[in-house]
Design a protein around this ligand. Structure first.
Ligand SMILES: Cc1cc2nc3c(=O)[nH]c(=O)nc-3n(C[C@H](O)[C@H](O)[C@H](O)COP(=O)(O)OP(=O)(O)OC[C@H]3O[C@@H](n4cnc5c(N)ncnc54)[C@H](O)[C@@H]3O)c2cc1C
Length: 441
């Protein structure tokens, strides 16, 4: 059995930045476990980086003030800025245009945020991962290895039981950092419960991905690559926001074991004629049922069933008329799209069958406001894909070093409620690494 000082579960940005920080602090015998044969996690996707404390991190959750968050962002930026294919795409010095957008949004009661943004594109994903991996000199990668459980030993060390090439293996560690991302969140929740690690449920984001002809949206994305519009709905008082905009991008589907979710990305080298963005509604649940993860899973499984194993896509024109979309509606002459992948990665149908009425109300009200800010958004050919769900909702209770109530178990990244994006995940990895060093070395 191999013994490590620190075993990190997950080789996404949270895990990689934690390892980088531990190495810089002089810690050796670091291992990173990932179930896939190539390290990466979500780094292979798109790579939009938001450097703004209002986006992708929760200051309270990380127990950070704005200045400390901004300083940590600078550290992350410094690492990515040395990767030549990562380029800045939103410059805050073009103030008048950003101010004009803020003002138009404000007239419709919508908040507009323009963060400093960088981007590398999915086609540069492998190169960025290789670049980060090469920065790590003392870390051992245990790839193609799925962690199955974590067992505490009498001497307060841990055994991480894994499956590797269908064989059971065990790795020992003084400290475990769990950074399993959204795909491993459910797994870690069960494992953590067996170790008596405490968690609670935060809100979940449920909604759709909107895809429209990019000519309508270029005016905005030429100024701010990934514009953030935040709506407060009048009927329910709920919060809806745009998220993850991909100018000239593609709609993608994310495969979970028993359902699929929609998402989006863009390449650096080849653009499509469309732009897509997520429009998501924040949902909190209270007694008697507060398990937002299970709530999200129920919605996702319903779509999986209704869409015959694929997400559902509906044209705005059909939605307005109260009818489902079908293959024939995609071939209609109003279509207005350059490339439309809809009919082979999603099933034309009716998104109102799978989303709760309150969420549909909120999304539609927000889209109507959006159409006033960006005319053309609600063109009949605009597509709405569902479900887009962001599982950042299981929050592990930690101290300021991201150590849980169980000594030696630290958490970081999206799957543990500590971030909502690459930069935030990296920051949480750095915080956890510094905490591990301070407490255990
Ligand atoms: C299509 C798409 C586009 C995106 N675009 C952007 C973007 O442009 N900008 C942005 O900021 N964010 C984007 N994201 C989100 C981003 O990928 C995540 O926020 C980020 O990767 C979270 O980092 P993480 O380290 O917490 O987890 P992840 O990056 O998800 O890494 C977790 C790793 O843990 C591994 N793992 C899980 N469970 C186990 C287990 N039991 N045993 C072993 N290994 C395990 C997984 O295989 C995975 O490699 C996108 C996501 C998708 C799907």
């Amino acid at each position: 059995m191999d013994a490590y000082n620190v075993l990190i579960i997950g080789s996404g940005p949270a895990g990689l930045f934690a390892a980088l920080q531990l190495e810089r602090l002089g810690v050796d015998r670091i291992g990173i476990i990932d179930r896939y044969p190539y390290p990466a996690g979500g780094l292979l996707n798109d790579g939009k980086l938001n450097f703004d404390y209002r986006v992708g991190i929760d200051l309270d959750e990380l127990k950070l003030d704005r200045d400390s968050a901004q300083r940590l962002m600078e550290e992350i930026k410094l690492v990515f800025a040395q990767f030549p294919k990562c380029r800045q795409v939103t410059f805050l010095d073009r103030n008048e245009k950003i101010e004009a957008l803020e003002s138009i949004a404000g007239e419709h009661g919508v908040q507009f945020i323009a963060p400093e943004q960088w981007h590398w594109g999915t086609d540069n994903g492998k190169a960025v991962v290789d670049y980060l991996k090469n920065l790590l000199k003392k870390t051992e990668f245990l790839l193609g290895t799925a962690a199955t459980s974590i067992v505490r030993q009498n001497d307060d060390t841990y055994h991480v039981l894994c499956s590797h090439q269908r064989k059971k293996v065990c790795h020992a560690a003084k400290v475990v950092l769990a950074a399993p991302g959204r795909s491993g969140a459910y797994w870690f929740r069960d494992v953590a419960a067996k170790l008596n690690v405490c968690h609670n449920f935060g809100p979940i984001d449920v909604g759709i991905r909107v895809e429209l002809n990019r000519k309508f949206y270029d005016e905005v994305t030429d100024i701010v690559y990934d514009p953030k519009f935040i709506f407060r709905t009048t009927r329910h008082g709920d919060r809806v926001r745009t998220f993850c905009t991909n100018p000239g991008g593609r709609v993608r589907s994310e495969n979970y074991n028993n359902f699929k979710l929609v998402n989006g990305d863009a390449l650096a080298g080849r653009k499509t004629g469309n732009t897509n963005f997520a429009l998501i509604n924040t949902v909190s649940l209270t007694a008697p049922y507060s398990d937002t993860t299970e709530f999200g899973h129920m919605i996702a499984r319903q779509f999986f069933l209704l869409g015959g194993g694929r997400p559902i896509v509906q044209r705005v024109g059909d939605f307005r008329e109260g009818r489902r979309s079908s293959i024939s509606t995609f071939n209609s002459r109003t279509r207005h799209f350059g490339l439309c992948r809809a009919t082979y990665n999603a099933t034309p149908g009716d998104i109102t069958l799978g989303l709760p009425a309150r969420i549909i109300d909120n999304l539609w009200e927000s889209l109507k406001k959006m159409d006033k800010i960006v005319p053309g958004t609600l063109h009949p050919s605009t597509l709405m894909y569902a479900p887009e769900i962001k599982f950042f909702d299981t929050h592990f209770i930690t101290d300021e070093h991201l150590e849980t109530n169980v000594k030696g178990i630290f958490v970081a990244g999206d799957g543990t409620g500590k971030s909502r994006g690459i930069v935030g995940a990296g920051i949480s990895g750095i915080i956890a690494a510094r905490g591990i060093f301070r407490k255990y070395f």
